[in-house]
Design a protein around this ligand. Structure first.
Ligand code: FE2
Length: 200
């Protein structure tokens, strides 16, 4: 397979004022596009052509850093766009997901604090996550293009804490961006879809 840039699942203005048109134009049209273009170049003659994106991410981790960085970021961003929606965020979660957050993450307030803390303390570029590991939810953080797939887990929610994700709208205030993501952007229905898929 070759990598392709997906369309955003909403208009460029849909997430304002929490994430601006300008941020989405740079982040989707320039940064994600670069991961797709560079990933396709590095996929050629890698021995992994024809594999699924998930397989390429896992197989290139630790063995082909250039391909891994771009394939990992392609995977992360495909989901990141879908993990947000206009009018998202907040405390109205689908019941099954709410129950899992209550039992595995100590409830919504503790999830929010721990998720934001993971994103705020990820030194430099990276991501914070809710992942399913061994059948339970866990908060994780990873550097650069890494994700839970390469640590034996499946991501069901991720927030991009690379500066390109927030610097236009929030300057250096990463915690404010993380709070806006949780309170106003998360597409909980897609998170539950990922949860169902991860639990089989
Ligand atoms: Fe990004």
């Amino acid at each position: 397979m070759s990598f392709e840039l997906p369309e955003l699942p909403y208009d460029y203005d849909a997430l304002a004022p929490f994430m601006s048109r300008e941020t989405l134009e740079f982040h989707h049209d320039k940064h994600h596009q670069a991961y797709v273009t560079n990933g396709n170049n590095l996929l050629k003659d890698s021995g992994l052509e024809g594999k699924s994106l998930e397989e390429i991410v896992k197989a290139s981790f630790g063995s082909n850093a250039g391909l891994f960085n771009n394939a990992g970021q392609h995977y992360n961003h495909i989901h990141f766009w879908k993990w947000m929606k206009k009018g998202g965020g907040g405390t109205s979660l689908p019941a099954k997901l709410q129950a899992a957050i209550d039992s595995d993450l100590g409830g919504y307030d503790k999830f929010k604090a721990d998720f934001m803390n993971a994103g705020a303390t990820q030194f430099g570029s990276g991501w914070c996550w809710i992942a399913v590991k061994d059948g339970k939810l866990a908060i994780m953080k990873t550097p650069n293009g890494e994700n839970p797939l390469v640590h034996g887990a499946t991501p069901i929610l991720g927030c991009d804490v690379w500066e390109h994700s927030y610097y236009i709208d929030y300057r250096n205030a990463r915690p404010k961006y993380l709070e806006a993501f949780v309170d106003s952007l998360i597409n909980w229905d897609y998170v539950e879809e990922c949860y169902d898929a991860a639990m089989g």
